[in-house]
Design a protein around this ligand. Structure first.
Ligand code: ACO
Length: 330
């Protein structure tokens, strides 16, 4: 017997330090007008040198557990979706579980870049639906600022740091997750990557000199992929949930670029008033973007009991994913 599964608590955290477009004007050859017109981003939060991603995870998780009224000991699995873990190993999820006092939890990291949170909740929901676990904590978190080439104006203006967390548990029958879709196409892996530091290109003075330990991106290819895949994935999960476009009450897309969101929303034909956008204040936080937006939407009263919520992500891999859920929190 499969249980209905949903999100019973959310939390988010972004570092205090804010980097505005005006600040970036002093660092690279760019300007506020270009950044706002091409991306919609006005400012982003940046972790300081001493703050690893596990700290952001911990802060977001504490808030999500409080919101869900769940004790750390109840957590049976922690999933951290990130491409900027504290270390290659041990897993950031294990460090976060320890810090939280989640003594009864298994823990692993998940690498799906900006789609990480969607991959994470989809994975978590299967464990809960089948009764293997009752409580799973999913965190999407990034400190992309630490892997950016701050001399490359075409990428450094786009990203920010943050973390969002969600507690996944059984919910009232008929509520919670209604559909999922996950996808990957590694033939586009080179379009958005950090090529140094792994087993293909271990760290050497040469990889450092070639800036292979920073993010590289073919922006316009990713842009075209994003617009196509956002629309397709959204339509697929709406249909799999047995719903029509008009049934969606809130759409939380991955927050990469306002032009990608606008183009996808136009293609989809969803009322723009139902689309949640906060990228102007945070930039693209990769795996953290959707859960931070979800937490803001939930706490800001944008989600009511019974609302149909659509979330769609895309990112490096290339990966994509979407889900529809009937909001079960009162
Ligand atoms: N300030 C001023 N000028 C700039 C800047 C900047 N920050 N960056 C680039 N330019 C210049 C370029 O050099 C170029 O100049 P040129 O014509 O003289 O060569 C011009 O602006 C146009 O550059 P394009 O790259 O063609 O600009 P475009 O309109 O494609 O916008 C952008 C670039 C914003 C990166 C866009 O392609 C995009 O958003 N792509 C998708 C990115 C994305 O979503 N990535 C995240 C995926 S999620 C993940 O997994 C991390």
């Amino acid at each position: 017997m499969l249980h209905s599964v949903g999100i019973v608590g959310t939390g988010s955290y972004t570092p205090e330090k804010v980097l505005t477009n005006a600040d970036l004007e002093k660092m690279v050859d760019t300007n506020d007008e270009w950044i706002v017109n091409r991306t919609g981003i006005r400012e982003r939060h940046i972790a300081d040198d001493k703050t690893p991603v596990s700290e952001l995870c911990y802060q977001a998780a504490v808030k999500a557990l409080e919101d869900a009224k769940v004790a750390a000991e109840e957590i049976e699995l922690v999933i951290v979706a990130t491409v900027t873990p504290d270390f290659a190993f041990p897993a950031t999820a294990a460090l976060v579980a320890d810090r939280l006092g989640a003594k009864n939890a298994a823990a692993f990291d998940l690498s799906a870049a900006c789609t990480g949170f969607i991959y994470g909740v989809t994975t978590a929901a299967q464990f809960v639906a089948t009764g293997v676990y009752r409580t799973v904590l999913v965190i999407g978190a990034e400190t992309l600022s630490k892997i950016l080439n701050w001399e490359d104006r075409s990428t450094c203006v786009l990203f920010g740091d943050g973390a969002g967390a969600a507690v996944i548990q059984p919910v009232e029958e008929g509520y919670g997750f209604k559909s999922y879709e996950l996808g990957a196409d590694g033939s586009g892996g080179h379009l958005l990557a950090m090529l140094g530091g792994g087993s293909r290109n271990p760290a050497t003075p040469e990889t450092l000199q070639k800036k292979m330990h920073t993010l590289s991106m073919a922006g316009s290819e990713v842009f075209k992929f994003a617009v196509r895949i956002m629309g397709e994935t959204a339509l697929n999960v709406i249909e799999k949930a047995g719903l029509q476009k008009n049934d969606i009450d809130l759409f939380i897309p991955h927050q990469a670029n306002s032009r990608i969101i606008d183009a996808s929303v136009r293609r989809l034909g969803i009322d723009s008033g139902k689309v949640f956008v906060n990228l102007d204040r945070y930039g693209n936080m990769s795996g953290a973007s959707i859960p931070v937006a979800l937490d803001e939407a939930a706490r800001g009263g944008r989600l009511k009991y019974g609302d149909n919520l659509l979330m769609v992500g895309f990112g490096a891999g290339l990966t994509w994913g979407g889900t529809v859920l009937k909001w079960s929190k009162r």
